[in-house]
Design a protein. Structure first.
Length: 570
């Protein structure tokens, strides 16, 4: 090897070590104690090459969880999120002690506090989640230390956070969720692959399970696509009675374990003759503060054949839970899954493809401002729950010999994008009644997917999944089915979406990146400032098809037969 080649190789190794280690300042990441609250194993990030293991018995004083240091504190682990928000996840051993009626606070290194706002629960196992804000003084102190979570009513002496407190985990480099199937475990990981499709090889990683003090087991990673990693399951008999931490290990150039807030859970076993009934059609979407829109969306789609609704709640703080509870009491099958992670729509859809597979055959991936509609229904006096299922192919019968007898595993539906239609506030009778003017051309497509046909990688882009071999996609003609997308609503509604909205090619609308992307709103710049002509924008064709249909199906006339309201109105 020449001197020049050796120098280039050395630079590459050093740069790689710096890349992986920098977010954590080369500190000892205590993989198991961070999750289990008992310091047991230290994962060492160092420049020393380790052939087989990066896990050692902890012979020095480890980094202890912050919350075990003070008597009034609640055992938890914290993640630094964008915009200086902090997620505080309560230990599963302490979650049952959290009272929804008590106020809580986060106390930081400087002694400053901020309110700890309840933000739902994480699953598998159940853990309470709080949100608080990192005070400005603490933003100037590196490294960022984990806050203490405690009741605000507790008597406390404001003292600096102990020097031995661990750093906060970083959202940019984290294993944040997981699911266990009958065959493997699926991990959702931030910071390793690129949203635009640059994915690292699965051979670069191991799945690593921690249990029983200082023991670990590694398994192979079988897929690495987007934020989804699939790993072989270890022998379940090894874990009998254990709480198991799980993460991802980067093998080269030196072993590095990605920080994790995830546990391994065993797949559910059916009892006796128990058999899960699969609904023909379900709907899955990621939601944030859609309480006032949800009832209309659920009632409409349930009447045309959607049997189950799975909502991935992106840390809503409106009355979403109350609306869901009301729908459930009225007999609708609506479930929420706490998906607090920002700008992870594709990962949420991948999660849904596994999470709902045992209970749903076809999954419709659309948003709450989108409504499936067929012009063929325009003369019907009432809805029928057979309307949507009857338009889906039967995978056992529908084949195409010209395409090698591949079965239809996904249908795509064209979208018509509706504008504000001269509305200046949310229409009280709902979006289907309030917005009736749209752009002329169709834009994008959404999909209804046969979950059995989804590829092992779970890869999806803009509401479309990659399918297994033997399956194909079919596009539906707009004369048969279309999706009314009430995308550009009254400015007060659209503005609320501006900051949080994310797409594959425009990660943050406030940044001047990809200005010509179709994901951007025409005529809207990089800040949420209302254009002067907003109420009349995107109005090229008046389209009353779904408006007239829903009024006929769901309109309730007043006693004088002049005025009416819709069934979803409060």
């Amino acid at each position: 090897m020449t001197r020049k080649v050796r120098m280039i190789t050395s630079i590459f190794i050093i740069a790689s070590i710096f890349f992986f280690a920098t977010p954590y300042h080369l500190y000892h990441y205590d993989f198991i104690s961070t999750i289990n609250d008992v310091p047991k194993i230290t994962i060492t990030i160092s420049s020393k090459h380790i052939k087989n293991f990066a896990v050692h018995e902890n012979i020095s004083s480890p980094v202890s969880p912050m919350n075990s240091l003070l008597p009034d504190s609640i055992s938890s682990v914290s993640i630094l999120m964008p915009d200086w928000k902090v997620f505080v996840i309560v230990s599963p051993d302490y979650t049952h002690l959290i009272s929804p009626h008590d106020p809580y606070i986060c106390e930081f290194e400087t002694g400053e506090v901020s309110p700890a706002i309840p933000a739902g629960e994480l699953q598998f196992p159940v853990r309470s989640l709080f949100k608080c804000e990192l005070p400005k003084r603490d933003r100037r102190r590196l490294p960022f230390k984990q806050p203490i979570l405690m009741k605000s009513s507790e008597n406390r002496n404001i003292t600096p956070t102990p020097a031995t407190s661990p750093e906060m985990l970083r959202w940019t480099f984290l294993v944040y969720d997981s699911l266990t199937t009958d065959d493997d475990i699926v991990l959702f990981v931030k910071g390793l692959n690129n949203r635009q499709g640059i994915n690292r090889e699965s051979s670069e990683f191991n799945c690593i399970f921690g249990y029983g003090g200082n023991k670990v087991i590694r398994t192979n990673v079988t897929s690495s696509i987007q934020e989804v990693f699939r790993c072989n399951r270890p022998d379940p008999s090894v874990f009998e009675g254990e709480r198991i931490s799980v993460s991802l290990e980067i093998i080269l150039p030196v072993p590095v374990v990605v920080p994790s807030v995830v546990y391994y859970t065993r797949p559910r076993k059916l009892e006796g003759n128990e058999k899960l009934e699969r609904a023909r059609v379900c709907a899955c979407t990621v939601v944030y503060n859609v309480g006032k829109f949800l009832k209309e969306w659920v009632l409409y789609h349930s009447k045309i054949g959607v049997e189950k609704f799975v909502l991935y709640d992106n840390a809503s703080d409106d009355d979403l839970n109350n609306v869901v509870d009301e729908l459930v009491r009225d007999g609708y099958d609506v479930k929420t899954y706490s998906w607090v992670w920002p700008k992870t729509q594709e990962a949420g859809f991948s999660h849904g493809a596994i999470y709902a597979k045992d209970s749903c055959s076809w999954m419709m991936y659309i948003d709450v401002d989108e409504f499936v509609y067929s012009p063929l229904w325009s003369k019907l006096s009432r809805p029928s729950k057979s309307l949507l299922p009857s338009m889906l192919p039967n995978p056992k019968n529908v084949q195409d010999s010209s395409l090698g007898k591949r079965q239809i595993g996904e249908i795509t539906i064209s979208c018509y994008e509706f504008g504000p239609s001269n509305k200046k506030s949310h229409p009280i009778m709902g979006v289907t009644q309030g917005y009736n003017c749209r752009r002329k051309v169709e834009n994008r497509h959404k999909s209804i997917v046969l979950l059995d046909a989804v590829d092992h990688s779970l890869r999806n882009v803009i509401h479309h999944f990659i399918l297994k071999q033997g399956y194909r996609m079919k596009k539906v003609n707009v004369r048969d089915m279309v999706l009314n997308h009430y995308k550009f609503q009254a400015w007060s509604e659209f503005k609320a979406k501006f900051r949080r909205r994310v797409s594959t090619y425009v990660v943050d609308w406030t940044k001047e990146l990809n200005p010509r992307s179709n994901d951007r709103t025409p005529g809207l710049g990089f800040s949420a400032v209302e254009p002067k002509d907003w109420p009349s924008k995107f109005c090229e064709v008046y389209d009353n098809g779904l408006k007239d249909l829903t009024r006929r199906w769901f309109g309730l006339k007043s006693p004088n037969q002049i005025h009416y309201r819709m069934v979803w109105q409060k």
